[in-house]
Design a protein around this ligand. Sequence first.
Ligand SMILES: [Zn+2]
Length: 84
Amino acid sequence: MNEQKMSPEQIRQLAAMVQNAEDVKCVCGSIVFIQGNKLKRISRLVTGEQYDKFVPLPGLICGKCGEEMVLDDMGPEPDNIIKL
Ligand SMILES: [Zn+2]
């Protein structure tokens, strides 16, 4: 993840892009999503360690109907989600 500080000009450009960007909508029409986590269990049989490992993976669910939002054109890296 890129931890570099953005310049005031970059922040201004990003704010303008966000303001003009389309809203992602749930199938129910809602545009508000709640952050949650999927939890993956990696078996100790796979890792060879004493206990299973648990890995939380961030995900978004619709705040209205509870459907999970799947970003189908999202690349393999989570870096294409901009945290404001
Ligand atoms: Zn929904």
